[in-house]
Ligand binder design. Structure first.
Ligand SMILES: O=P(O)(O)O[C@H]1O[C@H](CO)[C@@H](O)[C@H]1O
Ligand SMILES: O=c1cc[nH]c(=O)[nH]1
Length: 256
């Protein structure tokens, strides 16, 4: 079907580039892309994070902080929810100078095997969103950077955290996760549903940066929806943030 998302202009630059929008700043190459606003606020509230820059959109401001972990400086920012905004802020962080990213967030579980808080390393994502089609040729699935997957697996194993590695279904439409679509995604190997993973992988491949993502199973869509209190799972979220930071510190630099 001839839909706009299949038009091929991947070899052309955008009229607006992220470099036109962000101002140069001394920023670490390694960045944690954290979906847990309360964790970032808590670290900043304890005086352990310094504002380096601010990402802005019409809805408001997303500070880029600097934190220290294992003797290294790391950038930390919240990318916003949904593929278009998260991809836009990832683009701007790349333009600021970051080149190794570890994202950490939550997702809906599609299987009973993933109890609340169970950790997943994303190794691929189904592109049920629009943003990734502006960065990669049309396709159903995008694979994550294998080095990033191996790094996250290693960090989790060393920390003694039980985890799975698998595919996430990235959707644009939280309230259109129908039962038949959930079943089809389970049949094609998805363990979770999220709203950014495939777009992140696509931007990272297009811009030639390193990217890896950790998710924890939050609510469950395996049967009738169960919220499971996932957005208030403070201990899981904070612990996962620091594991993402540990992995980020160890990411081999793409720019030597
Ligand atoms: O809790 P976070 O990590 O934001 O993740 C999931 O939750 C949001 C939707 O409620 C989307 O961002 C989705 O990816
Ligand atoms: O994207 C998401 C995240 C959590 N739960 C869902 O159902 N969808």
């Amino acid at each position: 079907m001839d839909i706009p998302l299949t038009e091929n202009d991947l070899d052309e630059s955008g009229v607006i580039t992220p470099q036109m929008v962000v101002k140069g700043v001394d920023i670490p190459m390694k960045a944690v892309v954290c979906f847990f606003a309360e964790v970032i606020e808590s670290i900043a509230g304890k005086g352990k994070a310094r504002v380096l820059s601010v990402l802005r959109s019409e809805h408001g401001e997303h500070p880029v902080y600097e934190v220290e972990r294992g003797g290294e400086r790391l950038a930390v920012f919240h990318p916003g929810v949904g593929a278009p905004l998260a991809a836009l802020f990832l683009e701007e962080a790349i333009a600021l100078g970051c080149s190794e990213f570890v994202a950490v967030g939550g997702a809906g579980a599609l299987t009973d095997d993933l109890g609340m808080g169970h950790v997943m390393v994303v190794d691929s994502a189904v592109r049920d969103e629009g943003t990734s089609f502006h960065y990669l040729p049309p396709g159903r699935v995008v694979d994550a950077d294998p080095d990033g997957v191996a790094l996250l697996q290693q960090v989790l194993t060393e920390a003694g955290i039980d985890h799975v590695t698998g595919r996430s279904w990235t959707t644009d439409a939280l309230y259109r996760e129908t039962r038949s679509r959930v079943s089809r995604r389970v049949d094609e190997g998805c363990l979770t549903v999220d709203m950014e993973a495939s777009a992140f992988c696509a931007v990272a491949k297009y811009r030639g940066v390193h990217f890896a993502q950790l998710l924890y199973a939050g609510d469950s869509l395996a049967a009738d929806w169960e919220h499971r209190g996932w957005t208030k799972a403070g201990t899981v979220r904070e612990q996962l943030f620091w594991l993402a930071a540990d992995a980020c510190v160890r990411f081999a630099p793409v720019r030597g």
